[in-house]
Design a protein. Sequence first.
Length: 329
Amino acid sequence: MNPVNTSEDHQSNIKDKDMEEKPAGKEDIMQRTGRHVTSFMKEYPPLKLPILHQDVEGFSYPIHCGNILDKNIFTPRHDDCMVVTFPRSGTTWTLELLRSIHLIQNPPENPLHPLRTLNHQVSAPWINLPRHRVGNLDNKPSPRIMKSHNQYQHLNILPDNKTFRIVHVMREPRDVACSSYHHIQAINHFFGYMGTWKEYQEHFLEGKMESGDYWRFNEQYLDNKHGFNILYLIYEQMQADKRDTIKTLNNFLGYEKLSDQQIDTILDATKFENMKGTQKSLNDNIKVLNGISGGYKNQLDDGVSKFYAEKTENILGRFSDRLPHSYFE
């Protein structure tokens, strides 16, 4: 694996895209797929989406999130690390890899240290959940692991911070769509989604789901206009070579080389069957899925799948040298 760790600005050789481009509308979707999109009849304000949401500068966020625009939600430290993803892109597994590396390389003496618990609400909190769930981040001992699903421009760090460690993970968009549908069904009291699976495939394609448009979200992180210290990882490549993934993350955290035995320990700790409970505090219905890559082939309609690949080419084609060819097929 050769992940791109960049503090450089890749804008110099990139043609600017029109960030105001509108996603496909109802008529376009119906013309392309021949389906009647009934769930357009249930639209929630303020952005007229098929899910409950809040509007933050024109972007949709879950209704239970807060402090989206607060750049001082915590005081950055030299050993912090934040995992940033579009939801359902391998976030939980990546957080658990980081936690396991810390426990091997720098095990906390205090048995009550946040890293000692499997519950990610404590050990690797989503920093934009309500304060009563996350607590005061500055009161948490180092090293801290955090997660965020914020848009690039809404990252809770100042633009001039070039040392704060950020791990960005991308996953095949069609697998993300399938996983996010099951996720929303599990906690639908947060989203109020009334559409069918077939309709969901099209809503996701339009960017009308949690965290907005998958393609625009990741485009901004790949551009990295502020030059943040980002380690870029691809979920499918992580799965294909887990040992190398662990070595890459270990190096990014600034630790000494791991032994083969230590890597074996981390591999065992981060098996999906050993991660039940990482999300328990958010909702008992959420389950860590098996994370199989390519599962969309058994779930996504062929007639819609090709439009996912087409949108990937249209928006992310300029990053084709950094993304798997399968995303475009």
